[in-house]
Design a protein around this ligand. Sequence first.
Ligand SMILES: Nc1ncnc2c1ncn2[C@@H]1O[C@H](COP(=O)(O)OP(=O)(O)OP(=O)(O)O)[C@@H](O)[C@H]1O
Ligand SMILES: O=C(O)c1ccc[n+]([C@@H]2O[C@H](COP(=O)([O-])O)[C@@H](O)[C@H]2O)c1
Length: 192
Amino acid sequence: MKIGLYFGTFNPIHIGHLTIANYMVEFSDLDQIWMVVTPHNPHKKKSSLLDNHHRIAMVDLALQDYPKIKSSKVEFDLPQPNYTVNTLAVLEEKHPDLDFCLIMGEDNLKSLHKWKNYEVILERYSIYVYPRVSEGKIETQFEGHEKIIKVPAPIMEISSTFIRKSIKDDKNIKPMLPQNVWEYLDEMNFYK
Ligand SMILES: Nc1ncnc2c1ncn2[C@@H]1O[C@H](COP(=O)(O)OP(=O)(O)OP(=O)(O)O)[C@@H](O)[C@H]1O
Ligand SMILES: O=C(O)c1ccc[n+]([C@@H]2O[C@H](COP(=O)([O-])O)[C@@H](O)[C@H]2O)c1
């Protein structure tokens, strides 16, 4: 079985994430998507980051109607910040029968050369890349790379940062979140 790993902080998960995960599982050769909730992305500050258990609770709420997309807590017990190459080694050990690939937006591909052991990742895994509006250039070493598979998923420019700021500014951003995620956030008074 071919699993697409979609890593993120998901603070909170929004319909941009969900649209990509669903597109990948419906329109590529991936059988399942695992949304891996990252406690601490090595390139991001931890400020305004909700607890792991709240972020995974919202991912689980968002995935209720999507049986081919699962959440993963694998990084919760690993040292922080979370380097993807280390997580991949743990997943391989736990699931030797599964075939893992990575999913990332073009924005992340532009900074992939700054990831820990990115050459090892590319040697061992295919990366499914979807379009994303972003600054910067894709390094020539990644252009036409046999392990990089471009998938023409729809572009939805929403970010968790925008959602957090808008909630703080008392704006209505309800359509940008799955309804049950919005209800959870609102009930818990998050990001106010
Ligand atoms: N609207 C979107 N469409 C497609 N991919 C997205 C979208 N928003 C985020 N992603 C991608 O999803 C993955 C996880 O995202 P992450 O949790 O960092 O969300 P984010 O919205 O970019 O968060 P933040 O604004 O807090 O940085 C990353 O690879 C990111 O590039
Ligand atoms: O392994 C690394 O060096 C590394 C560097 C930056 C980001 N990542 C992973 O990429 C995921 C998505 O990144 P981001 O910046 O779009 O949130 C994040 O959750 C991390 O697990 C991993």
